[in-house]
Design a protein around this ligand. Structure first.
Ligand SMILES: [Mn+2]
Length: 328
């Protein structure tokens, strides 16, 4: 099987949970790529470099990294009075990561809201992340008074002006994820990204400031949650991969489009994930691909290690099947 221009299955590493055993777990599944989510306590120069070195000494490649507390910070996205302080902390981490050779960081307030984790007909008795949009719309506002979509985009432009030159200088690109669920407005503030046109708008805006730096976390889960309201997942994926904008793929399936859905195993949702894999192989997508969310389990039912092992194994099975089919 040809190995040129191949995508890289990856799993996540939390900075506070880097152990020899966890790194061995990744290696024994032949998952040689990862992303690193840094805690606040471990986002300084010394610790970031120490943790990256340890992961790399185990033979793993770090594709992307960030600190979700910083890049999702509401002061930045709602334009609160202390935003410059948070943007500077966020930029400082990107400088550290970029200078340490991590090619992709994160940007944007990709909130994740849900109704809860429930066992239903889609989960085989496991607890799956469930959204009932009517319930989400009852959540109390985070922004008070609520802000509008135009205002949110102005805050995003302000962030881009500060963030893109720093990322470029550090040799880094920044990946943007949709709001999850991808619905225009809830919890008192609008979603920046709730369909594929929002991504096109963000890329146009970013390219006026620093061309080519902004990219996409192509979250198949969010695309499928939004359904036709979000866009045609296969044509959007082809378009954004061809344009060189997809920096990572979140490979995840759901029971149905909004207003209500439950996250499922890749083989159980309403979409045929093999179709997505074929597009990635046909377009020679060569960045990271990640299973994203898994069922909530505990140690008695295998825990996260089992859930992610299953998900990444299934993903690699589809990847190899698609490569065999298309590349021969
Ligand atoms: Mn995602």
């Amino acid at each position: 099987m040809s190995s040129e221009a191949s995508m890289n299955p990856q799993l996540g590493v939390r900075s506070e949970a880097v152990t020899d055993e966890y790194l061995q777990y990744l290696k024994q599944m032949n998952v040689m790529h990862c992303f690193v989510m840094f805690s606040n306590e471990q986002s300084d120069y010394e610790q970031v470099n120490r943790i990256l070195d340890r992961i790399r000494r185990a033979g793993l490649t770090v594709d992307d990294a960030g600190n979700s507390f910083l890049y999702k910070h509401l002061s930045i996205h709602l334009g609160l009075s202390d935003r410059d302080r948070w943007i500077e902390k966020y930029n400082e981490l990107n400088r550290i990561l970029g200078n340490a050779g991590v090619p992709v960081g994160y940007i944007g307030n990709s909130r994740v809201s849900h109704t809860g984790y429930f066992a239903d007909q889609y989960t085989h008795g496991a607890l799956g992340r469930t959204v009932r949009m009517e319930e989400i719309l009852q959540h109390p506002p985070v922004a008070d008074p609520p802000i509008g979509e135009e205002e949110l985009w102005e805050h995003f432009r302000y962030l881009l002006r500060a963030a893109l030159p720093v990322a470029k200088e550090a040799g880094m690109r920044l990946a943007l994820h949709p709001s999850d669920p991808p619905y225009p407005m809830y919890e008192g503030y609008p979603s920046l990204i709730y369909n594929s046109d929002c991504f096109r708008k963000a890329i146009r805006m970013a390219d006026e400031i620093e061309p080519g730096v902004l990219g996409i976390k192509f979250c198949c889960g969010c695309w499928l949650e939004g359904g036709r309201q979000f866009g045609d997942i296969l044509t959007d994926l082809r378009e954004f991969v061809r344009a060189g904008r997809v920096l990572t793929v979140h490979f995840r399936n759901v029971s149905s489009p909004l207003p209500d859905f439950t996250e499922t195993l890749a083989e159980d949702g309403y979409f045929d994930m093999m179709k997505i894999m074929r597009v990635l192989v046909e377009e020679k997508y060569d960045h990271a691909i990640y299973p994203d969310h898994v069922f909530r389990t505990d140690s008695r039912t295998g825990g996260d290690l089992a859930a992610f092992a299953y998900a990444v194994g299934y993903l690699k099975g589809l990847m190899n099947a698609a490569r065999s089919e298309i590349e021969g």
